[in-house]
Design a protein around this ligand. Sequence first.
Ligand code: ADP
Ligand code: 5GP
Length: 202
Amino acid sequence: MSQGHLFVISAPSGAGKTTILKPILAQIPAIGFSVSHTTRQPRPGEIDGKDYYFVSVEQFLDLREEGDFLEWAEVHGNFYGTSQQAVMGALAQGRDVILDIDVQGADQLRSRHDLTPTFIFIAPPSLAELERRLTDRQTETEATITLRLQNAQKEFQAAARYNYTIVNDNLEHAKAMLTAIILEKRAASRRGYDGKQLIPIL
Ligand code: ADP
Ligand code: 5GP
């Protein structure tokens, strides 16, 4: 069985990453989302084990100490980390995996030589639109919106290190572009739409 492919997706908070990813994960077969650990508080409607594993700082530091994280970072004042075992296990089973991680985490994965991920940056059409989306989402305080907008300016500078950039000005277009990238990687590694290897006669 061939290895699955790893897609690393980063975007400034509020760019629309979650909105783009949800339908894509439901539509494309054999692709999984890596559920991260975080020390941030759950937002209304977020489910433990589905959106994130919500843990205390002590639990996070213990996991980090035990080497459980493929990558981890402190983002907007909270810790976030990706489970090494879950990602490597899914890839070994031939499943593609999407990581939704920040630019520091993406840099850590770029320096690993055992992985060859595809790096995709999702950008908002403008800073003003990013602020409007973060405000309208009604999940952040004024202080955390300010912090996320300040960090966004730094994150834009990292976009050049990604293989692809998608501007989320129109949701349907952004979803179509991300779908195209994922399916292109399948065809390039001689796998079909369903993620399975092509038949031997080919
Ligand atoms: P992220 O996961 O990147 O932090 P979200 O997916 O939560 O961002 O999106 C932030 C807000 O912007 C949400 O309220 C969402 O409905 C809205 N949004 C996402 N994409 C678009 C778009 N193309 N046009 C207008 N609003 C959008
Ligand atoms: P949010 O709090 O809005 O869900 O996420 C804030 C930021 O943390 C986003 O940029 C998101 O991509 C990033 N993030 C989420 N999970 C991880 C992770 O496991 N590792 C890293 N490095 N960043 C993460």
